[in-house]
Write a protein that binds this ligand. Structure first.
Ligand SMILES: [Zn+2]
Length: 452
């Protein structure tokens, strides 16, 4: 009797030390024989940017499929999904034409994703500056016929930069339709970043139904300051020329690789990132890192000979950036097939030093993940309290799936986000590997413990 009592008291302690040891092996393997960095190099340098519908996105589908096959995953397959096909076309022109002090000024600009183009005739008009959508609504008809310049900044006092991004990005996503309501001809936005530099940031906009679709561009933060300064001194006319177009939808794929569970194969734990990126840069942080980390998370199980009890699935979702079609389709098919996802884990905040995991689920589920913090403290992951999962796994929430987001340091993410600077060289090998190991360790705990 005493012996049984002792054993039952010891069981959690024994499990803890067993898990602790296994997690140490996962980190050691990732940091000494990791493949993530080289795999990311190939994705970024040999394929490059991967906007939905592009030949590069198709190449990335093929590459990640072959990569998972080469690692000996049990099943690797493609899940068809129709995606939008927006193209940028010829380089944008955003030009101030009558500045008293500076003469003609060409701003560093990128058209916003999903934006209509001006075509070769361009748009020429007076610019009116606003700090945000509220001010457009106050001005009303005064913006008619003008180019509206949204100059709202990311709030530097918000320490989690994603919070500051959330506050500023609305002028990018909704600013065009809000200005078009009152007859504006086009919009220019201040790039959504907390850094002062010459690099413009693209990103998607959404047009509202039944409102005239007007062209939209982003200019660098240095140029936004310059434009704002000139507007304090004089009236300024700006010429915008963009050649972007929305082409018919294209057939593309989510890429899925699986390790089949030995005891509970019907319980799925998914891990992933989005394979598409913007058409500038190489989509290294956003979100090549997340995809490659997901593949590495499963590869580490194979390399260490850990036989999963549950089915572990790495998913490269297609079209997060300008449509979320991949994440939506994945959840739809999962529901149709009656698949049971106990948890889904996403990395889409850059390949920076991991600091923790956020969660979205029932209070019980969230508490279970928070209770695992002790396993991660030796690797300096401490932040387990934030709410949230990720865009691509979001649609699984309605199935009762626990959503988990890898939370790396956010201080540098918006230097690179949606820019030509988001290249392989911007990712640090060790930080990428720590992220992959952290995801793998979280998968391991979910696999061994399940969800209560
Ligand atoms: Zn992303």
């Amino acid at each position: 009797m005493k012996k049984i009592l002792l054993l039952s008291l010891l069981a959690p302690i024994l499990a803890f030390s067993q898990h602790e040891e296994q997690i140490k092996e996962i980190y050691n393997e990732a940091l000494t024989k990791g493949r993530a960095y080289e795999d990311l190099r190939v994705l970024c340098k040999e394929i490059g940017s991967r906007l939905s519908g592009s030949p590069e996105a198709a190449a990335a589908v093929e590459y990640t499929k072959q990569l998972m096959e080469s690692y000996g995953f049990d099943t690797v397959y493609l899940q068809p999904v129709m995606v939008p096909h927006w193209v940028r076309g010829k380089k944008e022109i955003v030009r101030a034409i009558n500045s008293d002090k500076h003469g003609i000024i060409d701003f560093n600009a990128l058209a916003l994703g999903n934006s209509v183009g001006t075509g070769p005739e361009g748009v020429l008009s007076e610019v009116i500056e606003v700090s945000g959508i509220d001010e457009v609504n106050e001005l009303g008809k005064k913006v008619e016929g003008k180019i509206v310049f949204y100059n709202g900044e990311m709030d530097p006092t918000i320490i989690n930069t994603f919070g500051a991004y959330g506050g500023a990005v609305v002028q990018r996503s909704s600013g065009a339709s809000e200005a078009a309501k009152y007859g504006a001809k086009a919009i220019i936005i201040r790039s959504v970043t907390n850094r002062q530099d010459d690099i413009p940031h693209t990103g998607s906009l959404r047009y509202k139904a039944l409102i005239n679709q007007i062209p939209a561009v982003a200019i660098s933060t240095n140029d936004a300051n310059k434009l704002s300064q000139i507007l304090k001194e004089q009236k300024l006319n700006v010429y915008i020329e963009t050649h972007c177009q929305q082409l018919p939808d294209v057939l593309s794929y989510n890429v899925i690789g699986e390790l089949r569970g030995s005891e509970f194969p019907d319980e799925i734990v998914a891990v992933g990132g989005h394979l598409d990126s913007w058409d500038v840069g190489e989509g290294a942080h956003d979100d090549g890192s997340g995809c490659i980390q997901a593949i590495e998370a499963l590869r580490l199980f194979k390399a260490l000979g850990i036989q999963p009890k549950r089915t572990l699935r790495a998913v490269m979702w297609m079209n997060e950036e300008n449509g979320l079609r991949g994440g939506t389709e994945y959840a739809r098919v999962a529901k149709q097939k009656g698949e049971k996802h106990i948890a889904a884990l996403e990395s889409d905040s850059g390949g920076f030093q991991p600091l923790g995991f956020s969660t979205s689920g029932s209070e019980e589920q969230r508490a279970q993940i928070r209770a695992w913090r002790d396993y991660f403290l030796p690797y300096r992951l401490w932040d387990f309290d934030q709410n949230g999962g990720g865009a691509d796994i979001g649609p699984l929430r309605s199935h009762g799936t626990l959503l988990i987001g890898l939370r790396p340091s956010t201080q540098k993410y918006f230097i690179y986000h949606h820019t030509p600077a988001d290249v392989f060289e911007a990712v640090d090998r060790r930080e990428l590997e720590l992220g992959a190991a952290s995801m793998s360790a979280m998968m391991y705990l979910l696999d061994r413990e399940g969800l209560k």
